[in-house]
Design a protein around this ligand. Structure first.
Ligand code: NAD
Length: 473
């Protein structure tokens, strides 16, 4: 009998859902089944695979409302659930359109070593395991899955055990395209299930915390298989004098509080040029104070509950540490329990110092600590003074903003806007420092990273090579 996982509802704290965990034996069996289909999938033309992906997109559209309804229960929020489903379907359609051109093999060419010719080719890397987190359960389960499938790889995907309800409509949409269901399998479970996937995969795409990412990297290293890691962040926004203060405040209020701050790319630290510090903090506090909790009904406001109970513990401990060390709130205060759920009204903190936990550790909640700076060098040092390097933002007069952006550590820097990689997925970017490892999951590389390159080197002249042994004897 399979072990059951009990799942908490983030709006009321009740354990009202359960699912059967995939055991290591299930994973081995399913992996063998996927491998048995891998040749058919790999040898299909990119256009034929793309057409099947488009049929899947249609099946997901037919399940759109069911997916949204399930995600609303999984996460407690509605607006982001709608955006998430539409974005996931849009990604499939985008990759289906782009993949055939990206996977075209180049023409044979002459090598610099005459008279050889080079014919480049590539093959899929094999069975890809995708392990994903709970903050955008559908979007992040599919963000690597779709390009891997388009590239010709079978995929086993494990969404987070914290938010599993959307798996039922997702599976229905996959099963509506039988050729796809042969090469795409959704499994459920926690760390043990994830580890069993790594034991059976040829490459691993992991999205999650730095701590788990390190474990995954070690596990993949033992097996000498590729691992692509997309990990945590502590994004900074730098606000320069000369900016439209109210626009910057509105943008950062979104960038720090969308999905109740539960995004890797959330703005989690704000550095503001001292001349506009007072005006900016007042504007940001006004923006954040106006954001209402989606409570008691899901459509009552735009800030949903904290989805994962353990994250609420982290947020509370960081805020307690900040208050104990002199920080003051201009908006919000701390995590609170309402109707059995855990909630946090957007918090704007001032009088913070760079050594507070709220400034050094990933918060993953709706908290915006704001510090003033006097010089650009100081702002850059503050922004870059972290173990993370996911993304960032800078607001200011264009030329100065671009100069600052170039000096910030991070794979994607939004200029005069915040958290743009939540919406814009077609620019290649890699994580800096502890925020990840591997080629870009965004832009064209997202597909080509799932191909192993090879080359056929031909001596078409059939002449003897000058480096062969001279005729002996
Ligand atoms: P997590 O690391 O706790 O878990 C992520 C996934 O890994 C889950 O599916 C979990 O079951 C699985 N897992 C845990 N231990 C494992 C193990 N030993 N072997 C195999 N699988 C294992 O992360 P989380 O709490 O679900 O998500 C929040 C984190 O994800 C945050 O740090 C956030 O910044 C990060 N994140 C990063 C990105 C990005 O693109 N960089 C996007 C979203 C979230």
């Amino acid at each position: 009998m399979a072990a059951m996982f009990k799942v908490r509802n983030p709006r009321n704290g009740e354990y009202d859902y359960e699912f059967a965990r995939s055991s290591p034996a299930d994973i081995a069996l399913q992996s063998a089944k996927l491998r048995a289909q891998s040749r058919v999938w790999a040898e299909m033309s990119p256009k034929a695979r793309a057409d099947l992906l488009l049929r899947w997109a249609e099946a997901l559209k037919a399940e759109r409302q069911n997916l949204i309804d399930a995600l609303v229960v999984d996460t407690g929020r509605r607006r982001e659930s709608e955006l998430e489903v539409d974005s996931a379907i849009g990604n499939i359609m985008r990759w289906a359109a782009r993949a055939p051109a990206l996977l075209e093999e180049p023409a044979t060419r002459e090598s610099v070593v005459k008279p050889m010719t080079l014919t480049a080719a590539s093959v899929p890397v094999g069975l890809v395991a995708v392990i994903s987190p709970w903050n955008f359960p559908l979007l992040l389960a599919l963000i690597d899955t779709v390009p891997a499938l388009a590239a010709g790889c079978p995929v086993m995907v494990k969404p987070s055990e914290v938010t599993p309800r959307f798996v039922e409509p997702l599976r229905r949409a996959i099963n509506a395209v039988p050729e796809l269901s042969n090469v795409l399998h959704v499994v459920q479970g926690g760390p043990d299930t994830g580890a069993a996937m790594i034991d059976n995969a040829d490459a691993v795409c992991f999205t999650g915390s730095v701590a788990t990412g390190r474990m995954i990297a070690k596990h993949c290293a033992e097996r000498l298989i590729a691992c692509f890691l997309e990990l945590g962040g502590k994004d900074a926004a730098i606000v320069l004098e000369g900016v439209d203060v109210s626009r910057a405040a509105r943008s950062i209020a979104w960038g720090g509080n969308a999905n109740a701050g539960q995004s890797c790319l959330s703005v989690e630290r704000v550095f503001v040029e001292r001349l506009i510090y007072a005006a900016f903090t007042a504007a940001l506090a006004a923006e954040c104070n106006a954001l209402k909790l989606a409570y008691p009904r899901v459509d009552d406001g735009v800030i949903g509950p904290l989805t994962a109970e353990r994250q609420a513990v982290t947020i509370r401990s960081q805020l307690d540490d900040a208050y104990a060390r002199g920080a003051k709130a201009l908006a919000g205060s701390n995590v609170e329990e309402l109707g059995g759920g855990l909630w946090c009204k957007p918090v704007v903190l001032v009088d913070v110092t760079p050594d507070m936990k709220i400034m050094t550790e990933e918060t993953f909640g709706p908290v915006l600590p704001v510090m003033p700076f006097d010089t650009i060098d100081e702002a850059i040092a503050l922004a870059n003074g972290t173990e993370f390097g996911l993304s960032g933002a800078v607001f200011g007069p264009r030329e100065r903003a671009i100069e600052v952006a170039k000096q910030m550590h991070g794979g994607a820097i939004s200029i005069n806007d915040a958290a743009l990689t939540a919406i814009v997925h077609d620019g290649e970017k890699q994580a800096f420092k502890n925020s990840g490892l591997g080629p870009s999951r965004m832009g064209d590389t997202s597909i080509t990273r799932f191909r192993r390159k090879r080359v056929f080197i031909e001596n078409a002249t059939l002449q003897h090579d000058p480096w062969w042994f001279p005729a002996q004897g």
